[in-house]
Design a binder for this molecule. Structure first.
Ligand code: SF4
Ligand code: SF4
Length: 460
């Protein structure tokens, strides 16, 4: 793996740190305090770090860039909510972050409580988002939201003018009528599939009775072909790493617009038993990414790998990020929060199995009370600058050191890193190499830069 330099500085002010990105011609220089970066000819690296036009020009923008990064990191207001309308799930996936007892025999949220909750959430979002045309996002999320289909479909119709709805589902309950209902209302749909063939999916995702669901999800994918707003998540584990390239081939053939090949969150012990090493993850992930690019070149049709695209955006256009795990503090409790099926609020669904992060009841205490609660505080104040080894990492504002839930449960505290540090480093190196070779657009959504503006640019 190419090296990321770790360093700490003795004085505040503009200073550039070299990063070997493994490119034949270019190295990167960054200032982690502002997330400024530049690519420089390796033969001129020394002058870039000391005197010279780059450092001089950057010095003039330092205060602006620092202010902008601070605003991005600490000025966020929630504009979305993850809604858990049930504790139950019909699957028992190995790595799930929700306790098994809740998933097997927990409760549904009643339709009345769901409606009362959406009333309260609508008032809250109006108070922070004002009269903007933009609707807050409301994503029905796991356990398996379609286990409580009647309530969520009624809510989608009742609150159509107030929220932009999405459903993240395991795909097993997406029958024809559910697909017709959701697509006719332009609800975004996220599915989960872990393998290109049955026995790979079956290694981590089975029903409680041990039955395979692979074919059902593939059938749902076939029915969604041509719909504009759907995606598939693959959770990468020891069981499917050798098959990631085939996953990408399957997704591209099925005309999936966007997928995620996610490094699994190791918040609960079940996940840690199938956690790949960083080295294996790097190899398999970039094989799959390269294959997605080959397929794009062969067919002219992109399959966006959203988790990698988000790293590219974190570098190229930080405010255009679509996912909020690689910013610090992360989006949990700041850009969005989660409503559990029992009516309690958590910073992110990742915390729902951890009662000490319960910020209170939506209907009795309200959103503001949760955001200001002691339960949310460690999450929303987790600052990548403030703990080792991240505080001296040159790319800490492109990585964000995810995830606080994982760090707390797996490594003993929020002031620790989570899993997959080396994988994140390699993604940043890879992204910078693509930028050096002017290939980044091939890996991003068309039109990604339409609403962005360049804060500072120097070509020398
Ligand atoms: S880093 Fe973890 S807690 Fe934060 S938004 Fe991502 S999954 Fe949620
Ligand atoms: S977790 Fe991220 S920020 Fe922390 S040291 Fe690793 S790459 Fe850097």
């Amino acid at each position: 793996m190419a090296a990321i330099t770790n360093t700490s500085r003795s004085q505040p002010g503009p200073a550039l740190i070299p990063v070997d990105i493994g490119h034949a011609i270019y190295a990167a220089v960054t200032d982690p305090d502002t997330a400024f970066w530049a690519l420089v000819d390796k033969t001129r690296l020394a002058e870039s770090l000391t005197d010279g036009p780059l450092l001089e020009a950057y010095g003039k923008e330092y205060d602006n860039l620092k202010r902008e990064l601070h605003g991005l990191r600490f000025g966020l207001k929630p504009s979305g909510v993850y809604l858990n309308p049930t504790e139950r799930c019909n699957l028992n996936c190995t790595y799930c972050y929700l306790p098994g007892e809740q998933r097997s025999s927990g409760s549904h949220m009643s339709q009345k409580t769901l409606f009362d909750s959406l009333d309260a959430l609508r008032s809250y979002f109006r108070s922070v988002m004002g009269d903007t045309e933009r609707k807050p996002r409301a994503i029905f999320h796991g356990a398996e939201p379609l286990m409580n289909r009647g309530a969520i479909f009624a809510a989608i119709d009742q609150y159509a003018d107030d929220f932009a709805f999405g459903v993240q589902t395991n795909g097993t309950l997406l029958d024809d009528s559910a697909i017709e209902f959701l697509t006719s209302r332009n609800v975004s749909i996220g599915l989960s599939l872990d393998g290109p063939i049955t026995n790979v999916t079956d290694a981590t995702r089975l029903t409680w009775a041990g039955k395979s669901v692979h074919d059902k999800v593939v059938r749902a994918m076939a029915k969604l072909r041509g719909y504009g707003s759907w995606s598939v998540i693959t959770t990468c584990s020891t069981e499917n790493l050798p098959y990631l390239k085939r996953m990408v081939e399957l997704f591209h053939a099925a005309e999936v617009p966007t997928c995620m090949l996610n490094a699994m969150r190791c918040t609960l012990p079940g996940a840690r038993g199938v956690k790949p090493t960083d080295g294996d993850m790097v190899k398999a992930f970039f094989n799959a990414l390269d294959r997605s690019h080959e397929l794009y070149k062969e067919t002219g049709r992109k399959l966006i790998l959203a988790n990698f695209a988000n790293i590219l955006l974190a570098i190229l256009a930080p405010t255009a990020r679509r996912l909020m795990c690689d910013i610090s503090p992360c989006g949990g409790g700041r850009a969005f929060f989660a409503l559990a099926a029992d009516g309690s609020l958590y910073p992110c669904s990742e915390f729902i199995g951890l009662p000490r992060f319960n910020g209170g009841d939506l209907l009795t205490d309200g959103v503001e009370a949760a955001l200001n609660s002691e339960a949310f505080r460690p999450v929303i104040t987790r600052n990548v600058d403030a703990f080792d080894p991240c505080g001296s990492c040159a790319i800490r504002h492109f990585c964000g050191s995810p995830c606080p839930a994982e760090a707390a449960e797996m490594n003993g505290g929020m002031d620790k890193i989570g899993a997959f540090c080396d994988f994140y480093k390699e993604q940043v190196n890879y992204a910078l190499r693509l930028i050096a070779d002017a290939k980044a657009n091939d890996y991003l959504w068309d039109g990604w830069d339409e609403e962005t503006e360049t804060a500072f640019s120097i070509i020398n």
